[in-house]
Design a binder for this molecule. Sequence first.
Ligand SMILES: Cc1ncc(COP(=O)(O)O)c(C=O)c1O
Length: 386
Amino acid sequence: MRNFISHRVQSVPPSGIRRFFDIVATMKDVISLGIGEPDFVTPEPILKAGMASLHRGETGYTSNSGILELRQAVSRNLKRLYDVDYDPETEILITVGVSEALYLALTALLDPGDEVIVPQPCFVAYTAEVTFAGGVPVTIGTRVEDNFQVTAEAIESKITPKTKALLIGYPNNPTGAVMSRENLAQIGQLAEQYDLLVISDEIYDRLVYDGAHVCFSALPGMHPRTILLSGFSKDYAMTGWRLGYAAAPPEILAAMRKVHQYTIMSAPTTAQTAALEALQRGEGPVEAMRQEYDRRRRLIVRGLNEIGLKTFEPQGAFYAFPSIDVSGMTDEEFAERLLNEEQVAVVPGNAFGAGGEGYVRCSYATAYEKIEQALERMHRFLRRHG
Ligand SMILES: Cc1ncc(COP(=O)(O)O)c(C=O)c1O
């Protein structure tokens, strides 16, 4: 038989993270700092709202765009937090996580060969999704010297007549970097100068520890040029509910809705009702989780630096990104040997693309005591190999 798989799909390698976790799944007594999701269960009032919705018999589809009340709550929330205005009727779409929202944005925007500039290290799906949508990802490695913030200069050097959009994700997975208002404003100027769109994945917006999150579309002139993606997975510990949203100008949102209508119909109904509760009464739990992440963040950053792994101070999300240079190993080798010798799972930095080599991602979305034990094991490992 011939090979039926499209060149587009064949050209994308399987996720480096998956391969690693297939190995972890077969091992005992592993402390995993590899997981990219909250270790908290969804807060009780949100769970109850989901269950009540089921018990009321709300088991059908919702409107394609999502429950209007939820879109109104998303709109109010964005106004309250960032003073941005989005019309719930025409500018907000409820999706199956940011994952779907990203797929919709890229499918709605890209013609074959259109280029999307993607600063890395970044969430593993970005470049793959650009390729699936027929576009060409153009990557830029960010550097610890710039606090892992992408610079306008680096972006400008990659702009060609085929560039259609930039895809940025801050607070960043895997570095924990947050962009300064000045740097974002410079990117905004470039977007205007070269007539580009900016897809801004702000899924970790509520998990910021120093300073405040800057919403890209709140910058002067950026509302018409931004596709804002966010959701409930990380801030509200709701990864399994699969719920997110996109906020964008009406004509772009309408194009995304068209793709959504034909591929998904509507996001999960139970999750939408639960998310409404999250927005209406979730502030307390969000803040409690943020504070606990912050306590763990201080432990892990101090601990990694003390055992000799130079670690950039992450300001958002729930990842530390230490350099493993002192070990003399590649990041893949480091992660594999650490797993085999000390049963600690971390993710090799090169899984996140350019600029990730020589680093590993350690998630602190795991219990404080487990992080302490992991640090002890890593210390032992480095005494042997440092
Ligand atoms: C930066 C970033 N964006 C998007 C996602 C996917 O989010 P969702 O669960 O909303 O699809 C993740 C998950 O790890 C992520 O880290």
